[in-house]
Design a protein around this ligand. Structure first.
Ligand SMILES: NC(=O)c1ccc[n+]([C@@H]2O[C@H](COP(=O)([O-])OP(=O)(O)OC[C@H]3O[C@@H](n4cnc5c(N)ncnc54)[C@H](OP(=O)(O)O)[C@@H]3O)[C@@H](O)[C@H]2O)c1
Length: 286
């Protein structure tokens, strides 16, 4: 099987290419992974994307490309929609035209965070930020194409290939005796390696529709930071902060934890707790 990973230099894309390549070696020697990023194909250019995908003729396309800087999206609105909405559509359309399955990656930030429980796939999205709005428009465009598509919504990614919340907190901890972290944002930290394995499962089980996939369990950003210092043995105080006292450009949901029951029920795979994944990342991958 030929799998095309778009956005392969990103945090998820790089880990996914690794995991898919390992799978190719061990279990499916026939699999071929083609890793591309913006310099090979710019998904905002529909014709280029279509021509490229037609030439490659993949069986599966995983679209990890995104304008993922949530705060920058607030000022670079047209770029955000170009990549996250029109780019998503271009990839899904080219996938349909060439008969490829398309796995599109989306986000918890399509929700407004007002729900007191984890969000289901059937809950109505209501994004608060430009990033969330552009990602939702991308989801809707992918669905409208009516190809063989699956949308995987995930959240709070960390992994070995880019600066993320864990690396930022550790860096702050090296320079300060205390760090202030918000207590009123709740979500599910998700290891890119575990998400990559779930994407492999989505390919092998030929999932269709929308699925929520995160590591299991929910925490506040404050609790996440405390766990990072506990695991690394750093004596840094984590002081509580309220979102309203932390100035940033984008509004983000207070609760964006995702209910992954549908993924587990359909595939028989359970995502492990975020604490276990974090431990493995810190001790094996950092
Ligand atoms: N990070 C998170 O916490 C998080 C949470 C929930 C969902 N997600 C979703 O998960 C997916 C992966 O996120 P990530 O954190 O891995 O993102 P990332 O690290 O920012 O990687 C995105 C990749 O896409 C590339 N890209 C951007 N515009 C492109 C274009 N026009 N054509 C081709 N490639 C382009 C980027 O290249 P450049 O570097 O050159 O721009 C980058 O290599 C995204 O769909 C994101 O929305 C992420």
């Amino acid at each position: 099987m030929k799998v095309l990973v778009i956005g392969s230099h990103g945090m998820l894309g790089r880990d996914l290419v690794n995991r898919l390549s390992n799978l190719s070696d061990q279990k499916n020697p026939g699999n071929e992974v083609i890793a591309v990023d913006r310099e090979h194909v710019d998904i905002t250019h529909g014709e280029d994307a279509s021509k490229f995908i037609t030439q490659v003729k993949p069986d599966v396309i995983v679209n990890c490309a995104a304008f993922s800087n949530v705060d920058a999206c607030e000022t670079q609105i047209s770029e955000a929609f170009a990549v996250n909405a029109r780019g998503a559509r271009n990839v899904a359309l080219a996938g349909k035209q060439t008969g490829a399955k398309v796995i599109h990656i989306s986000t918890d930030y399509v929700f407004d965070g007002m729900k007191n429980e984890p969000y289901l796939e059937t809950d109505k999205p209501h994004p608060l930020s430009v990033y969330g709005k552009s990602k939702l428009e991308g989801e809707l465009a992918v669905q409208e194409i009516k190809g063989n598509c699956v949308i995987i919504r995930t959240a709070w990614l960390f992994g070995p290939y880019r600066k993320n919340f864990v690396t930022t907190i550790l860096e702050l901890g090296r320079k300060n005796r205390s760090v202030s972290v918000v207590t009123d944002q709740h979500g599910s930290p998700t290891y890119t390696t575990d998400l990559s394995d779930a994407i492999r499962t989505a390919i092998s089980k030929d999932l269709r529709g929308i699925y929520h996939v995160t590591n299991s369990g929910t925490c506040s950003r404050h609790e996440w930071a405390q766990k990072i210092f506990e695991l690394t043995g750093n004596q840094v105080s984590v002081l509580p902060l309220k979102t309203t006292d932390y100035k940033r450009a984008a509004r983000v949901p207070q609760n964006s934890s995702l209910d992954c029951t549908k993924y587990t029920a359909t595939t028989g795979q359970k995502m492990r707790p975020w604490q276990e994944a974090l431990k493995e990342y810190i001790f094996q991958a950092m």
